[in-house]
Design a protein around this ligand. Structure first.
Ligand SMILES: [Zn+2]
Ligand SMILES: [Zn+2]
Length: 155
């Protein structure tokens, strides 16, 4: 299936019908909130926003529905970063820069990573489909706020 850039503009009801998921009000709000959040929000961050519109919703329900979205295919991407689940709305293949200090995650395009190895098969007969790189480092904001602690040790 071809990923379509217009898929985000499609109505939530259509998307649910396509993937066999009941389009409840809670799910619609959850989906709309996630679409509006840039970057890689955690379920807790998504929950804080959804709660403003659906005060009765629980964090457990948010978790459950995010997983349901992924299982049914309504949501394409979900990534694990250092043990924390992040929602990923950018469906174009990309890599990540992860700040080891504040845990911020930013997308990085393949072209900015230089020449990457071409992998087809790995030991054990593992057939490679794609791979993603997590570049761990210190983000610009952290470098600015704690320059002495973050700068390389003097030799
Ligand atoms: Zn940082
Ligand atoms: Zn990303």
């Amino acid at each position: 299936m071809q990923p379509s850039p217009t898929s985000t503009a499609r109505s939530f009801r259509e998307l649910c019908a396509e993937h066999g998921l009941a389009a409840t009000h809670q799910r619609q709000v959850l989906y709309e909130v996630m679409q509006a959040m840039p970057g890689h929000p955690s379920p807790e961050e998504v929950y804080a926003r959804v709660k403003r519109r659906v005060p009765a919703i629980s964090l457990a329900t948010v978790y459950k529905n995010i997983h349901l979205f992924v299982e049914t295919g309504v949501l394409k991407q979900l990534s694990m970063h250092h043990g924390s689940l992040r929602v990923e709305m950018n469906s174009v293949h990309h890599h990540h820069m992860v700040c080891s200090h504040c845990k911020a995650i930013a997308d990085v395009e393949e072209k900015d990573l230089g020449t990457l190895p071409e992998l087809n098969e790995l030991p054990g007969g593992f057939q490679v489909e794609r791979y993603s790189i997590d570049v761990i480092g210190i983000c610009a904001a952290c470098r600015k706020s704690a320059p002495r602690a973050r700068r390389q040790k003097p030799s």
